[in-house]
Write a protein that binds this ligand. Sequence first.
Ligand SMILES: Nc1ncnc2c1ncn2[C@@H]1O[C@H](COP(=O)(O)OP(=O)(O)O)[C@@H](O)[C@H]1O
Ligand SMILES: [Mg+2]
Length: 257
Amino acid sequence: MQPNQQVINDTQGAAIVFDHVHKHFGAFTALSEFCEVVQKGEVIVLCGPSGSGKSTLVRTVNGLERIQSGRVIVDGRDVTDPTLDLDKLRQGIGFVFQQYNLFPHLNAIDNVALGLRRLLGQPKEEAYANALVLLERVGLKDKATRRPSGLSGGEQQRVAIARSLAMRPPVILFDEPTSALDPQMAGEVKSLIASLVDDNMTIMCVTHDLGFAQAIADRIWFLEGGVLIQSAAPDAFIGSDNPRVRSFLSKILTSHG
Ligand SMILES: Nc1ncnc2c1ncn2[C@@H]1O[C@H](COP(=O)(O)OP(=O)(O)O)[C@@H](O)[C@H]1O
Ligand SMILES: [Mg+2]
C-alpha cells in the first residue's frame, strides 16, 4: 500500500493529522489525498523536487493554504473547520520561512516582544524581559537593540525563530529556513533548530540539506507531484531503493558535493 493511501485511525495524541488532504490550484493538483500523522515531539523533514507540494503542505497546517477536501487537525483542532479562529490558531503555530520577515523599523527585541504584548497581552516590562530571555536562547542577547538591517541574514533568521518561540507553539514549521544563507550562517541556524529538537518540539521542516535531515529527523517524507512517495527514518531513506528517491538523492548529492 502506498503511504498516502493509509487509513487514518488512531489520531489520539497526534500533533498533526493530514486526513485525505486535497489541494488544487485551478486544474493543477498540488496535494493529492495526502494522509499522514505526525506524533507529538516528532521531527519530520520534507524533501522532494521543486513544485512537489512541500510548501503547500506545511502551509495547510496553519491554514495559510485552504484545502478543497480532507481535514488537517493540529493539536486536536480542525484547521479546516470554517468556524475556527485562524488568527488564534496561527498564534500557536510557529512558522519560519526563507525570508525572515521581521519588521524592518523595529529592533530585534521589539520584533520578539510584539507578539507577547499584542497577542498574549503581556505588560510591556514582562514582554521585554521574556523577549530578552528568548534572544539569549538564540544567542543574540547582545544584539537586542539592533534593527534587522544591522544583523546578518543568519541573525535575522534567529530573531525570527525567537519570535516564533515566544508564542510557545506546540508545533513549529520551517520552510527552507537556511536556503538563503551562506554556509556559516546556515550552520548557526541549523544548530539552533537542532536545539529545539532536543527540547522535544514537534517540527516539520522543509530542507534539502541531507546531513541536517539526518541529524534532526525522525522521519523524512519525500513528495513528488503532491503525493507522498516515501516516509522513512533517515538511514532507511538514504538507503532507499525507490527509483524516484534514488534519482532525487543523486541530484542532491551531485549539486551539494
Ligand atoms: N498560489 C498558487 N497558485 C497557483 N499554483 C500554485 C500556487 N502555489 C503553489 N502553486 C503550485 O503548486 C505546486 C506546488 O508548489 P509548492 O508547494 O510551493 O512546491 P514546493 O514547495 O515543493 O517547491 C507548484 O507547481 C506551484 O507552481
Ligand atoms: Mg517550497
